[in-house]
Design a protein around this ligand. Structure first.
Ligand code: PLP
Length: 222
């Protein structure tokens, strides 16, 4: 297994597409991540705040860090000074806190709304209705230190490729509907974050603009 070879595979796959690779480095040591960095990869995703903060401090400063895991409101302030994009905004109260901490940090924080598309109950996220209600609210238009630049979703963990495809296709539909129907200053629908090691091919076919890939690059996690 070579991190460099794996990255070459993805770079080739995504060449001439609008889809970006987010290399998911959770649980991996900075030494291994540096192999990817030296191979030219500068966009990384983490799912835990403490790990993200530690790696941000330890790694070169030209890296784009993406928060992809469930985020607790009380930890938002630890990442707002540097985070490039938060994929996992799954509640209005969390978004409010990101807006507040964005203001303190003097930044506008790019966010994706996480939409619940899987059959499992355990995955976080808004329903389509909830997301639209949020975007439609006065509270939302008053949030001047966040920008919603798209949606994120995770498909059901299943071998049924047709089910996965249906879920991604549904997310893309929600994305297009919001893009057409809502015109608010802090909303700019550009990114659709879907697809991981097991389902990125389907996600790309269904219109993903960001795949979040961990084990297919760095190998199995402990
Ligand atoms: C871990 C993780 C990934 C990457 O998973 P792999 O199967 O290793 O590619 C993608 N998205 C989220 C939200 C994750 O937590």
């Amino acid at each position: 297994m070579s991190v460099k070879k794996n990255l070459e595979y993805f770079n080739n796959k995504l060449k001439n597409t609008d889809c970006t690779l987010i290399a998911v480095t959770k649980t991996h040591a900075p030494e291994l991540i540096m192999e990817a960095y030296k191979a030219g990869c500068k966009i990384y995703g983490e799912n835990k705040v403490q790990e993200l903060v530690t790696k941000h401090e330890a790694m070169p400063k030209d890296i784009e860090w993406h928060m992809i895991g469930h985020l607790q409101s009380n930890k938002v302030k630890l990442i707002t000074p540097f985070i490039y994009l938060i994929h996992s905004v799954d509640s209005t109260s969390l978004l409010k806190e990101i807006n507040k901490q964005g203001q303190k940090a003097g930044r506008k924080i790019n966010c994706l709304l996480q939409i619940h598309i899987a059959a499992e109950e355990t995955k976080f996220g808004f329903s389509e209705k909830e997301a639209m209600a949020l975007i439609d609210s006065n509270e939302f238009s008053g949030m001047t230190n966040i920008s919603i630049i798209g949606l994120m979703g995770m498909a059901t963990n299943t071998d049924d490729k047709e089910q996965i495809r249906k879920e991604f296709r549904g997310l893309k539909k929600i994305f297009e509907r919001i893009k057409e129907d809502y015109h608010v200053q802090n909303l700019a629908m550009k990114e659709l974050s879907m697809g991981m090691s097991s389902d990125y091919d389907i996600a790309i076919e269904e219109g993903s603009t960001m795949i979040r890939v961990g084990s297919a690059i760095f190998g199995k996690r402990e």
